[in-house]
Design a binder for this molecule. Structure first.
Ligand SMILES: *Cc1c(COP(=O)(O)O)cnc(C)c1O
Length: 435
């Protein structure tokens, strides 16, 4: 498969180049040059297939022979080594739990697949790959755990001191091996600026083989299609056929993958793009005017994005036709007050403890059901385990959060982070000194 830039369809590169570049030089995003349709026979019998099986079929369709079948099957099975169960709440509503991976958030799908793809392409004797990642919380943990122990790679994570949750911080600083964490005296924006400056620095790039693990990498998008097919397989097993997905959205990578899955032949009735008050996309869908805004802080902080970077991919999937997008993607936005009420209601009504992002997805599903009653299944996506956000819960609800086994292995581990001012020279010295 070749990939073009959304800014220039004549520019085409192979998968390996798209993965290591992350972003084309013209600042577009990579997209597959054609969208393969999955075999109708496979879709009609999908309920007989397991998640690793589905993942392999979807990845092969998208990548063609870029990676040999045996190697691809092994890679996918190693990357997606945890389940994404569909948990029914009532007859027509179910939650797709995407947080059973090592970092307890759905970003494990993207990070683990991407790290293994990069590992696959690294040849022995080649220069070490230096992965730089700035994080406000979830991405850093998933990337760190994704690359942990992958030969030929070294990861440097930058996070803002005191601004990530205690569990997120433990996931960043306790890895050791090929993972290093830098605690920056500053904000997430400072961390991101340092990483951007490193990529633009000729001296650093001459010395190190730098790559970025950010969310626009095509190798993070592809594995997120797997669980939409897997959700459909589970709905079919439960006797359903028609699905509406409600997706808690920030950078719009997750819902973008769902739309890609639909274009590949997954039967879907519609999607709800559920946001917090960072509602650039819902406003766009309603008014037709695209106006990015600075992000505002909310309880669902992994969705605090004012300029969603994957939106151009979605427009590209629909050939730039806003009306066509509107027929499939339904906007919804919710405040912090509504989010907290939804978390309490989910606990009351279904004895289900959901993180704030997940609660927003549920609200999106409920809103859709009110607008369009019918006999379809609403599947809302749970993007993180609630234990990652204990400060958002009332004491009564916090006490009901389960402790996943991933946390037990973190407890009592030694953590180590290098403290650093938000200063590029300090960062550069750090990267080159420890080469
Ligand atoms: C990253 C993240 C999101 C947003 O996903 P996008 O792909 O950026 O839209 C939602 N919830 C959680 C917990 C996340 O970590």
């Amino acid at each position: 498969m070749k990939f073009y830039s959304t800014n220039n369809k004549d520019l085409r590169v192979g998968f390996e180049e798209a993965v290591f570049n992350s972003m084309p030089a013209d600042k577009g995003l990579y997209m597959p040059e054609h969208i393969p349709r999955l075999d109708a026979q496979f879709i009609s019998k999908i309920d007989q297939h397991s998640l690793p099986d589905i993942a392999f079929r979807v990845a092969s369709a998208l990548l063609g022979d870029d990676i040999a079948p045996e190697a691809l099957r092994e890679l996918v099975t190693d990357a997606i080594n945890f389940d994404a169960p569909l948990v029914p709440l009532d007859q027509h509503t179910a939650v797709l739990e995407l947080f059973h991976g090592p970092s307890l958030a759905f970003k494990d799908f993207g990070a683990r697949f991407m790290s293994r793809v990069m590992g696959h392409y690294l040849r022995e004797g080649q220069k070490q790959l230096d992965v730089l990642v700035a994080t406000s919380g979830d991405t850093g943990g998933a990337v760190a755990l994704g690359f942990l122990g992958v030969p030929g790679t070294r990861v440097t994570i930058l996070f803002p001191r005191g601004k990530v949750s205690p569990i997120q911080e433990l996931q960043l600083v306790t890895n050791g091996q090929n993972i290093r964490a830098i605690e920056v005296e500053g904000t997430f924006d400072d961390c991101q600026a340092l990483v951007k400056q490193a990529f633009a620095d000729p001296e650093l790039n001459a010395q190190l083989r730098l790559t970025s693990a950010n969310s626009i990498n095509i190798a993070r998008l592809i594995p997120q299609t797997f669980y939409y097919f897997h959700a459909y397989a589970q709905v079919r097993r439960a006797g359903g056929t028609e699905i509406v997905f409600s997706v808690p959205s920030g950078n719009f990578g997750n819902i973008g993958a769902g739309l890609l899955a639909m274009k590949m032949g997954l039967p879907v009735k519609g999607f709800v793009a559920a946001t917090n008050l960072n509602d650039t996309v819902p406003r766009f869908l309603e008014s037709g005017v695209y106006e990015a805004r600075p992000s505002v802080q909310t309880y669902a902080n992994a969705m605090d994005v004012g300029a969603p970077s994957n939106w151009v991919r979605i427009m590209d999937l629909f050939g730039g036709d806003l009306e066509a997008v509107r027929r499939v993607v339904h906007p919804a936005r919710f405040s912090d007050a509504e989010t907290v009420r939804a978390m309490a209601e989910l606990a009351d009504r279904y004895d289900y403890i959901a993180c704030p992002h997940t609660a927003i997805a549920w609200l999106g599903a409920e809103q859709f059901r009110k607008e369009q009653p019918g006999d379809y299944h609403c599947v809302f996506l749970s993007t993180a385990h609630p234990c990652k956000f204990p400060e958002v819960f009332s004491a009564e609800l916090a006490a009901r959060i389960s402790t996943p086994e991933q946390l037990n292995s973190l407890a009592g581990r030694e953590g180590k982070a290098f403290a650093m001012p938000a200063d590029f020279n300090a960062f550069k010295t750090f990267l080159t000194a420890s080469e």
